[in-house]
Every structure is written in structure tokens, then in C-alpha cells.
Design a protein around this ligand. Structure first.
Ligand code: IVH
Length: 674
């Protein structure tokens, strides 16, 4: 861009670029539907940055380049809310909701009522103040009257617009938007993993992670955390009137905020009950935590009539889901040895029901976490089970201690093979080269569904084979004979035959699957497929240099080093040769699967409900890999509903709509054909 431009022209171009970038941010982050490529977006952004560098006097606080301020704060200022931020009465039973409905109807003299129902996001309440359409202040709820001004941090969140879209050029004089800041579950897991590797304190749950991230004095730390925002209401608004909550949500969406796509309106309270059940089921499929639903009277005139009582509106209610946390006792602490030799302390619990599932073990992650939480044998603890995640001990109820609780010491040798252990950051690792625990886990991983997928080869079979010293490495699987298998406990002729057939079948695989199966450290399913996309075959990958590897987007130094190290080992060489001798052959990419699968699952939509024996994520990944899609609510467009134990309302809905219902066995049969 020539600097010979007049100031007006520069201003116009700056404004044009900011508008465009703001819009494309919205398409990308809020709607998840980008209209332009990343490269085009980068070009716009770079042009803006360049122009602002040349004209620093024209930089405005709402410019997309200004998300991250550089100066950490000493402390946050306070902010007094124009209108108090109320809290919600919360209930857990249908009877209490019925009472609420009756009171509302009584107070409104039997006027017609419509309810808006929304998921109750389990994050932190925030208020965002826009002056003339520009983000000016962002505050926590605090005590409802006064919060903290954490604008520096909130402006780093990509789904919080720095300016709103509006019809007029200067927006509204004042608009206060209220909503919830949260961290998506998938990103929370990745964040915790990263913190764990660094030996930094991990967060107990996504909500704590969001709380810890949003109150950082250094906005650069906040900017590095995957925070997100959903709007659900407004505070004071000057220059616009609303007559209903639904209208508020619709408006918020139009001006660039993310609003939950799961909001609905009902007139019958029975529909609210159904919605609650549906959301309860959907809960595990969502990438953000919800802990209930919020029921709001839609009409604002009616809301005003109902009013507020002791800091809670009489026109709204939180109808919560059953708790996912329970108290129980730690009967013992044991150590598990994983595939990479990591020693994980695990709490053996007095079995307890949490949201319908019996939990008898919970992870304590690593020694540092165990110390930080100070968990002792005999302690009463809070255990949390969230969705597919492994249950974990969240905290200890220290007031329940009687003095007989025993501290736990991490062993200084591997509890399985007796080899020395090595502490790498917070992780204690067994360095035994022939540790049977590691070998068992490596082989289980090798044969697992998302790796070589050897059907019918259960954990018990693998454990027995390793205990009988029949394996040195995973390739030995392919040299098993029927006689070997028949020597095992509870192994019949038929099962042995099936295992051999499954092994034979698994020899024909894809490069990505084989790479994943090898269990290279830091190479999970996703990285394995990246590698398979970038290298012709194993030989090419083995010859890759450090630079070749880190030049692949998403592959960092740690992963690259781990791959190089893996190929340097003699054991790797042996393993690869043995696999080749056994007849393991792979095709590049997912060619074989998609071509064949297209005929069977292509275009089909699946819904899962109830408990099935494989993790939901695995079931979903099979469907997706085979060309189908997985939806979360049943409609006429659903092709199959797969039901497990204790199916919920989705089954009834499927039956009502005449959608085909199959059980897990039938599902497994269906995907086996591929
Ligand atoms: S409305 C007067 N709607 O739940 C109404 N709150 O005590 C005030 N929350 O921490 C809130 N999702 O941040 C409302 N869809 C939703 C919500 C929601 C989550 C949180 C809110 C506050 C608590 C209510």
C-alpha cells in the first residue's frame, strides 16, 4: 500500500479492512462457517497490520489487531453494574418446576404464557458493555452489584465482538450484553494435558479452567486459553426496546454474538420437561458443559409484573441435572503402568453411583497432582464423572479426616517389572525394556479399534498371552497359532478361529492406522493421519529429517523428536521387519475404507442413545470414517438409532417417527462389512 494515500483514503481502507475482518471472524469463530480461505484472511489481516504500523495514530481500540494488550495489570479495577446481575433459583425436580409454573400462572391471572428454554452453560457470568457499538468494559458478576473489570482479558476471546454489527453506523449509545464465558470440553482436555506435561497445576474441570484463565493479570496468558462466549441476555440498553426474551436472543445473534443453537419456546410446561430430558441426554455429546436448563418467561411485560424476590427473578428458574459429583471413600491407592511406562496413581473407591454409572476407580493423574490434592488412603473425596472422561478425584474433604488416613508414596521401582523409574517432570516412568505391563498396554493399543482393529481380541486374552511370555512385541500377534490360543483359559475352538481370522483381516490396513498402532510417543490418531498424508510410506517417514517433520503444519519439535527417536531404536527396526514378514500390508490414506464404506454407510445419519460397550467417541469415529454422520437429535432424516442400555427419550422419538432402531450388535455387524 502506498503511503502517498491521503489520510481520508487510509481511514476508509482501514475501516473497510476492519469491517471485513470483523465479519470473517464472526463467520469463522461464531458460526464455524468461514467464507474465505485462511490465506485470504491472513492477507487482509496483514494489510491491516501494515497500514496500522504506518499510521499508529489511526489505530482504534476495536481494531481486530488490538485483541491482546501487552501490559499485564497490577490488579483489576471494579465495575458497578447499572442493573444488578441477578442469580437464579435452582431446582432439581419436576414437582418444583410445576410449582414454579403454577405460581407464574397465578400471579399473571391466567394470561397466556410462553416460556423460553435455554441450556444452562456451566461457566462464568459476564457483562459486556458496548458504547456506541464499541466494546468498552467487560465485567465479572461479582456480588451482583459490583464486579471486576476484566475487559483486557475478555477482549482476547475471539467470539466476543470488539464492535457489534448494526444497522446504523454508530450502533446504540449503550448496550450491556450478558452471557457465559466457558472453555469447550475438548479444548479443556488438551489444555490440561499440556499443563500436565509441563508439570503445572491442572484444572479440575472446564469451569475452573475458565475461571483461572479469565482472571489472569497478564492478558497474554488469557489469550492463549481456548475461552469462548455465549450470550443469553441484556442489562441496560439505551436506544432500543425489547418486548420478549426471544427477541433479545434473536437480536444478539444478529449483531454478532454466539447464542446457543439449542434455545426453544414452549407454552406447555410438559414440553419443558421433555426438553430437560433431551438436554440431559445430549449433555455428553456437546462440546461445552451444561448443568441444567434455564426456563424464562418470554414476555418482558410479564417479567416486569412477576418481579424479583431476594435477588432472583420470579420469572426464571434453573432446572438442574442430577449432580455428576459424589462423595465417596478412598479404599486404596494403586499404581497403573501405561503403554509408555508412565506410572499413574489410581484411587480405588468405595463404589458410588454417579449420574447412573457405578464408579469404583478414579485417576489421580500423577504424583504432583496427588500431592497437591493431598489424597490419602481412607479419605472422603469428591469424585467427578463427566461424559466420556475417566472419573477423577476432584478434592478431599479434610474435615472428615480422623487421623487414621494413610499417605501414599509413589514406588521408586516399577510395581510390575521391578525396573528403575525415572522422573520426567511430573511423570514417573518405568524404564524397564521388557516390562510386561507396558507390553500389555502396547499390544492392547496396537489391536484396538482405532488402530489395527483386531476384533474379538479382548484385554484378557492379551494379558494371558503376555503373562505366558508368548510375546516380545506386537508383531508376535501375527505368529499365534490355534494351539497357542486354545491353551488359554476360557478359549473355545470357535473364538480361537475368530481371533485368527480377525488377525488375518487386520493385516490389510492403512498407513495411518499402522502408524497409530505403533504407539510412537505423541503420535495419536490425528498426527498419524497427518504423517500418512505427508509421507509416501514407512521408508519415507523413516528417512525424514527433523526439518521435514516440523515443516508439516501441526507437527512441533516435541513430536518430531519423538518420531526420530522411535526410528532410531533397534527394536523399531525389528518390529517393522517382523510385521512385514507377517504379511502386514498397508495402503496409503483411507482409500480402501472410504471406497468400500461409501456403499454401506455413505450419507447415512446415526444417533446413539443409552450405554454401549465401546466409548461413544469410538462409535462416532467409525461412522464418520465410513462416510456416515452422527447427529444428536432424532428427526425424520435420521437413518438409524443405535440403542444401548437404558436408552433415553431418543428411542421413543425414533419409534414415533418410524426411524429404524438397531442394537449395538447389529451396528457392529453393519460396520464389520466395511
Ligand atoms: S439467566 C436473571 N441464562 O447461571 C437471569 N443464566 O444464577 C440471570 N447461566 O451464573 C441469568 N446459562 O451465568 C441465564 N442461559 C442462561 C444461563 C445462565 C448459564 C448462569 C449465569 C449465572 C447462573 C444463574
Amino acid at each position: 500500500m502506498s503511503s502517498g494515500w491521503g489520510e481520508e483514503a487510509v481511514k476508509n481502507r482501514l475501516e473497510d479492512l476492519r469491517k471485513k475482518i470483523h465479519y470473517h471472524n464472526y463467520r469463522y469463530y461464531v458460526l464455524d462457517e468461514p467464507e474465505i480461505s485462511d490465506a485470504e484472511y491472513d492477507r487482509l489481516f496483514q494489510e491491516l497490520e501494515g497500514l496500522e504500523r504506518k499510521h499508529p495514530e489511526l489505530v482504534t481500540p476495536d481494531s481486530p489487531t488490538q485483541r491482546i494488550g501487552v501490559k499485564p495489570l497490577e490488579e483489576f479495577g471494579t465495575y458497578e453494574h447499572n442493573i444488578p446481575m441477578l442469580s437464579l433459583n435452582s431446582v432439581t425436580t419436576e414437582d418444583e418446576v410445576r410449582d414454579f409454573d403454577e405460581r407464574v400462572r397465578r400471579m399473571l391471572g391466567n394470561e397466556e404464557i410462553e416460556y423460553v428454554v435455554e441450556p444452562k452453560i456451566d461457566g462464568l457470568a459476564m457483562e459486556l458493555i458496548y458504547e456506541n457499538g464499541i466494546f468498552a468494559v467487560g465485567s465479572t458478576r461479582g456480588d451482583g452489584k459490583t464486579g471486576e473489570n476484566i475487559a483486557q482479558n475478555l477482549r482476547t476471546i475471539k467470539t466476543i465482538p470488539l464492535r457489534i454489527f448494526s444497522d446504523s453506523d454508530d450502533g446504540l449509545p449503550l448496550l450491556e450484553v450478558r452471557g457465559e464465558v466457558f472453555i469447550p470440553v475438548s479444548k479443556f482436555k488438551a489444555l490440561n494435558e499440556e499443563l500436565g506435561k509441563k508439570g503445572v497445576k491442572m484444572f479440575a474441570n472446564p469451569r475452573n479452567a475458565a475461571a483461572g484463565s479469565v482472571r489472569q493479570l497478564d492478558p497474554r496468558v488469557t489469550a492463549s486459553r481456548p475461552l469462548d462466549f455465549f450470550a443469553y441476555g441484556v442489562g441496560r440498553v439505551d436506544g432500543k426496546e425489547f418486548s420478549a426474551q426471544w427477541e433479545v436472543l434473536d437480536y444478539l445473534q444478529k449483531i454478532g454474538f454466539g447464542v446457543s443453537p439449542l434455545i426453544r419456546r414452549f407454552t406447555d410446561i410438559k414440553d419443558v420437561f421433555r426438553y430437560h430430558d433431551e438436554m440431559k441426554e445430549k449433555r455428553d455429546d456437546l462440546d461445552y458443559e451444561i448443568d441444567g436448563i434455564v426456563v424464562k418467561v418470554n414476555s418482558i411485560a410479564q417479567q416486569d409484573t412477576l418481579g424479583v424476590i431476594s435477588r432472583s427473578p420470579r420469572w426464571a428458574l434453573a432446572y438442574k441435572f442430577p449432580a455428576r459429583e459424589e462423595f465417596t471413600r478412598v479404599n486404596d491407592i494403586r499404581v497403573q503402568v501405561g503403554r509408555t511406562g508412565a506410572l499413574t496413581p489410581v484411587a480405588v473407591l468405595e463404589p458410588v453411583q454417579i449420574a447412573g454409572v457405578t464408579v469404583s476407580r478414579a485417576t489421580l493423574h500423577n504424583e504432583d497432582e496427588l500431592r497437591r490434592k493431598d489424597v490419602r488412603i481412607g479419605d472422603t473425596v469428591v469424585v467427578e464423572r463427566a461424559g466420556d472422561v475417566i472419573p477423577e478425584v476432584v478434592s478431599v474433604i479434610k474435615s472428615k479426616r480422623t487421623g487414621v488416613e494413610k499417605e501414599f508414596q509413589m514406588p521408586d521401582r516399577c510395581p510390575v517389572c521391578g525396573a528403575d523409574v525415572l522422573k520426567e517432570g511430573p511423570i514417573v516412568r518405568c524404564i524397564g525394556v521388557s516390562c510386561s505391563a507396558q507390553l500389555k498396554e502396547r499390544i492392547k493399543h496396537f489391536a484396538s479399534l482405532r488402530a489395527l482393529n483386531v476384533e474379538g481380541l479382548g484385554d484378557k486374552v492379551i494379558e494371558q498371552l503376555v503373562d505366558r511370555k508368548m510375546f516380545l512385541d506386537a508383531a508376535d500377534l501375527f505368529f499365534l497359532t490355534k494351539r497357542d490360543l486354545l491353551r488359554l483359559e476360557r478359549m473355545g475352538e470357535k473364538s480361537a478361529q475368530n481371533i485368527l481370522a480377525a488377525l488375518e483381516k487386520s493385516k490389510h490396513t492403512t498407513f495411518a492406522r499402522l502408524l497409530h498402532a505403533l504407539g510412537i510417543r505423541h503420535v495419536g490418531e490425528h498426527t498419524a493421519s497427518l504423517l500418512a498424508d505427508n509421507f509416501e510410506d514407512m521408508e519415507a517417514l523413516r528417512n525424514a529429517s527433523y526439518e521435514d517433520l516440523i515443516n508439516i503444519p501441526e507437527i512441533g519439535p516435541e513430536v518430531a523428536k519423538s518420531i526420530l527417536l522411535f526410528f532410531e531404536l533397534d527394536e523399531t527396526q525389528e518390529l517393522l521387519e517382523k510385521l512385514e514378514r507377517a504379511g502386514v500390508r498397508y495402503e496409503k490414506g483411507e482409500v480402501r475404507e472410504t471406497e468400500e464404506a461409501k456403499k454401506i454407510l455413505g450419507g447415512k445419519t446415526f444417533i446413539f442413545t443409552g450405554r454401549i460397550s465401546m466409548p461413544r467417541e469410538d462409535a462416532k469415529s467409525i461412522v464418520v470414517r465410513l462416510g456416515g454422520t452422527v447427529a444428536s437429535s432424532v428427526s425424520k432424516r435420521t437413518d438409524y438409532v443405535v440403542v444401548g442400555e437404558d436408552p433415553g427419550s431418543k428411542l421413543a422419538k425414533a419409534e414415533k417417527l418410524g426411524v429404524k432402531v438397531i442394537d449395538e450388535k447389529a451396528f457392529r455387524e453393519m460396520v464389520k462389512k466395511c
